[in-house]
Design a protein around this ligand. Structure first.
Ligand code: PLP
Length: 400
């Protein structure tokens, strides 16, 4: 066996990938499995976006590009930031990568040293702490409990900041909770950040366009423009345009940081895929009606899933502002035993037993740093979601 690096030894394998893999194995063995563990829209990429990629292919746009994005895409990103967020970024302040995940990776690899700390509210997207660890630094996890709508308090943020804090990692609407911060809630956090000028802000806005009930999306630099010189505003086309497989994410930030990230990218993937970049230009500049269409379907599903789960004794499911996840508490079920004889001591016991006994794949809360919860992705068909809720209800009804 090859000896592994000390850095990799600090990194956990992805629990969401493991959950999805177990569901695949059961399905391959002939079991009827409903997978609600994936973090991607179930819609197809819009036609005009596919056409743009086909046209780029036919035009021979199949070569290496500038390391952090073709000028046309940087222009489209700059226009998007201006149009939708009121933010002005020059092309030298914009980076394009193979997904929002690589944007995060480049930023953290470019800036972190051993002993540095990154403040991450929990529940968090599974990759945040492990990318921080890969970069040699320490994640500092701060709880944002359900009683606070899964939102971080100003006091908790203040208490987590030390002289070693390099970044505050912010995500709204959130994966996994769906929590979206209002302008006032975010302002409470930016006020704290203004008192700590050594802390940089990484705002993950990937779910900006998936929000409900007139939610007014804001990003930290909009709320506090004085943070612009130490904020990386990250976004991407994966969730808004159903383009997860195309792998395009982008960000705006100070030119020096963007240049450092370009160096990481030039020595890793060289550049994002050329055809995907042309597709992303079409997504950002073309008709935007796919966003509203997806929003209508996601909203209907959110309402149905929240109502169905809340009707189950022992499950408490808040109504999220955005994203396509719910993050119910199962505090009322801990200590019970399933019909199949499995004792529910943790949220992982709950999701393991739910998969084995009812064929529903969801992800346990400990994976996202806040228990006892489980995450359901409602980026699935209405019929599959109805069926899954019926099975979850039967699963809980069978407990003693
Ligand atoms: N940020 C959050 C909160 C996510 O949930 C995801 C994907 O699941 C990403 C970033 C990365 O998305 P991508 O790399 O596809 O742009």
């Amino acid at each position: 066996m090859i000896p592994l690096s000390a850095t990799l030894a600090r990194v956990r394998p992805s629990p969401t990938v493991a959950a999805t893999q177990r569901a695949r194995e059961l399905a391959a063995a002939g079991r009827d499995v409903i997978s609600l563990s994936a973090g991607e829209p179930d819609f197809d990429t819009p036609r005009h976006v596919k056409d743009a990629a086909i046209a780029a292919l036919e035009a021979g746009k199949t070569k290496y590009t500038a390391p952090d994005g073709i000028p046309e895409l940087k222009q489209a990103v700059a226009a998007k930031f201006r149009r939708e967020n009121g933010l002005d970024y020059k092309p030298s302040e914009i980076t394009v990568s193979a997904g929002g995940k690589q944007v995060l990776f480049n930023a953290l690899m470019a800036t972190l040293n051993p002993g540095d700390e990154v403040v991450i509210p929990a529940p968090y997207w599974v990759s945040y702490p492990d990318i921080v660890r890969l970069a040699g630094a320490e994640p500092v996890i701060v709880e944002a409990p359900m009683a606070q709508g899964f939102k971080l308090s100003a006091e908790a943020l203040e208490a987590a900041i030390t002289p070693r804090t390099r970044w505050f990692l912010f995500n709204s609407p959130s994966n996994p909770s769906g929590a979206g911060y209002s302008r006032a809630e975010l302002a409470a956090l930016t006020e704290v950040l203004m008192r700590h000028p050594h802390v940089w802000v990484l705002s993950d806005d990937i779910y900006e366009h998936i929000a409900y009930d007139g939610f007014d999306f804001v990003t930290p630099v909009q709320v506090e423009p004085r943070l612009r010189d130490r904020t990386l505003t990250m976004n991407g086309v994966s969730k808004a345009y159903a383009m997860t497989g195309w792998r395009i994410g982008y960000a705006g930030g100070p030119a020096e940081l963007i240049a450092a990230m370009r160096k990481v990218q030039s020595q890793s993937t060289t550049c994002p895929a050329s055809l995907s970049q042309w597709a992303a230009v079409a997504a950002l500049e073309g008709p935007q009606d796919c966003i509203a269409q997806a929003g209508t379907a996601f909203c209907r599903r959110r309402d149905m899933v929240v109502a169905r789960l809340n009707a189950i004794p022992g499950i408490d499911c808040p109504l999220p502002e955005g994203a396509f996840y719910v993050y119910p508490s199962i505090a009322g079920l801990i200590g019970r035993t399933t019909a199949g004889g499995r004792r529910i001591g943790t949220d992982q016991d709950f999701t393991d037993a739910l998969l084995e006994e009812q064929g529903v794949a969801a992800v346990f809360g400990a994976a996202f740093g806040l228990s006892p919860h489980f995450r359901v992705s409602y980026a699935a068909s209405d019929a599959a979601l109805e069926d899954a809720c019926t099975r979850i209800a039967a699963f809980v009804a069978g407990m003693h």
